[in-house]
Design a protein around this ligand. Structure first.
Ligand SMILES: [Fe+2]
Length: 306
């Protein structure tokens, strides 16, 4: 991208501040709040205003409580330091600004330390509905309110522990090709688990039907409605055997979603995921999406040694 195409604000894929941080190899950065333009702020306002009624109707109660507890401002992009002042005393979690894609092992390792890698750019004003990259609306409004719940926060940190255990478990495999193959399979399984719970999870609602707790759904005005109500969506009770072997695609509404009973239920499933890692049950999952790229694979193979 040439500098001509770059703006002077913090719009996703067009922000010089981010380009420069990446060129310097800086993954963890500050949130240069002064760079948000009025258009960026207006994008936040519009995204928030149009999704709020749908959150009230379809979001999990813990998410709605989280919005209150973080005092998220519907009118201004939040400052991470303000969010963290509310969040850290509740569960120890912190949102930490990143310049872009976080290699898979590093991402999980952040969770282990109760840090959530958070994108600080915001989607272009002309593209409110879908963008493949995460942005601050997805990360802060979609994910972070859930991190105020102690059980959910434990689940997230435990997923980080499972990833660490998975990386350690292949260290003693002497043959490099076999070590790599097993690692790739485990990363795939963990990515699928994360996708069908943290990103696209549904929970059985006490009043009947389902409520949304997955952040991919909570940050999409149209998919949140589709996920709970469309007849085109298969909704099944969470089943580990299925989830870790189920491919997914990111560029369209999800046709298949899994329903948990409670966050305590999810906690038990993470325990199970950990046992499956230890027993080698994730070393040979079904091929297919997501494809694990070299950066992610290396991050795991090297991460456990670091
Ligand atoms: Fe996400």
């Amino acid at each position: 991208m040439t500098t001509q195409q770059l703006g002077h604000d913090l719009t996703t894929t067009r922000a010089p501040f981010i380009e420069e941080a990446r060129n310097r190899g800086n993954l963890f950065i500050r949130q240069p709040y002064e760079l948000y333009s009025e258009t960026n702020q207006e994008t936040w306002r519009r995204l928030y205003a149009r999704i709020l009624p749908r959150w009230r109707k379809h979001a999990n109660a813990r998410f709605l409580e989280g919005l209150e507890r973080l005092s998220l401002n519907p009118r201004r992009i939040p400052r991470l330091e303000d969010i963290n002042r509310f969040l850290a005393p509740l569960t120890g979690f912190k949102a930490r600004a990143v310049s872009g894609y976080v290699p898979s092992y590093l991402f999980f390792d952040c969770l282990r330390r109760r840090e959530f890698p958070t994108t600080i750019t915001i989607r272009p004003a002309e593209n409110l509905d879908y963008l493949p990259e995460p942005d601050i609306f997805h990360d802060l409004a979609g994910h972070v309110p859930m991190h105020t719940d102690p059980v959910f926060a434990d689940v997230l940190a435990r997923i980080g522990e499972v990833a660490h255990g998975a990386a350690l478990s292949v260290l003693e495999v002497p043959d490099l090709a076999e070590r790599t193959r097993r690692m790739e399979s485990m990363i795939k399984a963990m990515a699928r688990f994360f996708w069908f719970t943290i990103e696209f999870g549904l929970m059985r609602a006490p009043q009947g039907g389902v409520r949304v707790y997955g952040s991919g759904l909570l940050s999409s005005r149209d998919e949140i409605v589709h996920a709970v109500g469309s007849r085109d969506v298969q909704r099944h009770p969470f089943q580990m055997e299925w989830v870790v072997n189920q491919y997914f695609e990111i560029d369209h509404f999800q046709p298949l979603l899994f329903v948990i009973d409670s966050f305590e239920h999810l906690q038990r499933e993470v325990d199970r995921l950990e046992r499956w890692v230890r027993r080698g049950k994730l070393s040979n999952v079904s091929p297919g999406e997501p494809e694990i790229n070299e950066t992610d694979l290396q991050s795991f193979l090297e991460g456990a040694r670091g």
